[in-house]
Every structure is written in C-alpha cells, then in structure tokens.
Design a protein around this ligand. Structure first.
Ligand SMILES: O=C(O)CCC(=O)C(=O)O
Length: 237
C-alpha cells in the first residue's frame, strides 16, 4: 500500500517509524549537536541564508552521523533503510543524513524545491529521503507539504537569498499538508516538489532526514568527491 502510494505520488506518510524510547535517544543526540556550535561548525548553516547576521532560523547540520557515529547503528537508521529498500529496491544504502531545525518564532519557510536540484545528475535516478519528526510537526510549526508527482523533470532552481535554500517556481495549489506525530516520518523522492512553512510556536521543530540511493550511485558520487558537505548550489539542471 505505502509502496504503491509512494510510486504514484512521489511521497508517502509512515506512522510510528520509531517508538518513544528511540525518539528520546535520538532527541538527546540531536540536542547535543544543536547546542554544540564548535563541533558542528564545518557542517552547519542556516537554510534561511540570514543566519550569519543573527540568530539561526533554520539550522541545517549535514552528516550528523559523522560526528555521532552511534547514530548509524541506531534503530532509526536501520528501520528507515529497511523501508527505503522496500520502496526502491535492495540496493538502497544511506547516502547522507542531516538535521533541520526550525527555531521557535521564526516565520521563515523552507521554499518550494526538488531535492534532485542539489544533486549531480546520475544515471540511476532512484533516491528517497526519509523525513523523521523528532517533535510533532504540524502546519503551525512547519511540517512538510508535498505536491503529488507531476513528472520527472527538474525545474529551474535558484537560491532564494544569498547562501540560502534553493527554490523553484510552481503552483502550490495541489500541495498536501502532512502533519506528523513525533516518531512518524514521510518518504519522498528526489523529484517531488515540497516546502514547509515557518515555525510560529514557542518550541523547536526538529527533523532528522536520511537520504538513500543505490549503492553504485553513492560510489559514483564519492569518486567525484561528492559527500553532501559542500556548498549549497544548483548541481542538476
Ligand atoms: O525540514 C524542512 O523544512 C525541509 C526539509 C526538506 O526540504 C527535505 O528534507 O528535503
């Protein structure tokens, strides 16, 4: 059922990917990384592009498991990989992980985009991102919105502001809001248009995102020096 939906629409919601004990364990590691600006400095940026001047609005920390290697062995990573294999095939492996936190009272949206615009063009285009809600995610704190699959082309993208997230222009009329309880997740493919609104609440909105693609494509990326820690830019037109 989930696979059919994912293949048809380009995204699917998955409830209870992880239980409350596992959420607590991931949440502790997450908070440690969020608070530690020294250790995360080389992997950390503000998706809003405005962070250099003041408080971070949308904190992105790439490859948190390169700092906290225990994450790789966690139930969360194992369970997400198992689902990614079910959705796209047994050759799926973890390509990269990231944390995205929307700080409290930051009416800053993550603009509409397709993830594949950030990636190099690869012969095998299968890829899936698992977006895991560490905190309950709803419209008012910036849950994900997805536009059901249109086609598999990449629209023209550009940064919304200097150093900020990429965005593209497309009608949001058909976008579906996907609220999640803590421990739920969504899976979306690289072409699926998505965005999230700002966080208007008093608490963080923390998401852990794991990206999976075929082992051979990860090897290709690494041979070209791509490990997803480089600058944010359009790589695929
Ligand atoms: O968490 C967000 O606001 C955006 C996440 C996103 O764009 C993604 O996971 O591809």
């Amino acid at each position: 059922m989930e696979k059919k939906l994912f293949l048809e629409k380009g995204f699917v919601k998955w409830t209870n990917l992880i239980d409350s004990e596992e959420i607590n364990s991931i949440s502790n590691v997450y908070q440690t990384l969020l608070n530690d600006k020294t250790k995360t400095q080389h992997l950390r940026s503000d998706l809003s592009g405005l962070g250099k001047k003041g408080k971070e609005k949308i904190t992105q920390i790439m490859c948190p498991s390169s700092i906290h290697k225990s994450l790789l062995k966690s139930l969360t990573y194992k369970s997400a990989l198992q689902k990614a294999k079910y959705l796209l095939g047994d050759d799926m492996e973890l390509d990269f992980d990231m944390l995205i936190n929307k700080s409290p009272n930051t009416a800053t949206e993550t603009p509409l985009h397709q993830d594949a615009a950030y990636w190099i063009s690869m012969p095998d285009k299968r890829a899936v991102s698992c977006w895991i809600a560490i905190d309950k995610a709803e419209e008012k704190n910036g849950c994900m919105w997805f536009i059901p699959r249109v086609n598999e082309t990449i629209l023209p993208h550009q940064p919304n502001v200097e150093g900020g997230a990429l965005y593209c222009d497309f009608s949001k009329e058909k976008a579906e809001c996907v609220p999640l309880e803590s421990g739920d997740c969504t899976f979306h493919d690289g072409y699926t248009l998505h965005f999230s609104k700002g966080n208007l609440t008093k608490r963080n909105r923390r998401a852990l995102i794991l990206n999976f693609r075929p082992k051979k494509m990860i090897e290709l990326e690494r041979s070209l020096g791509i490990d997803h820690t480089g600058v944010r830019k359009v790589r695929n037109k």
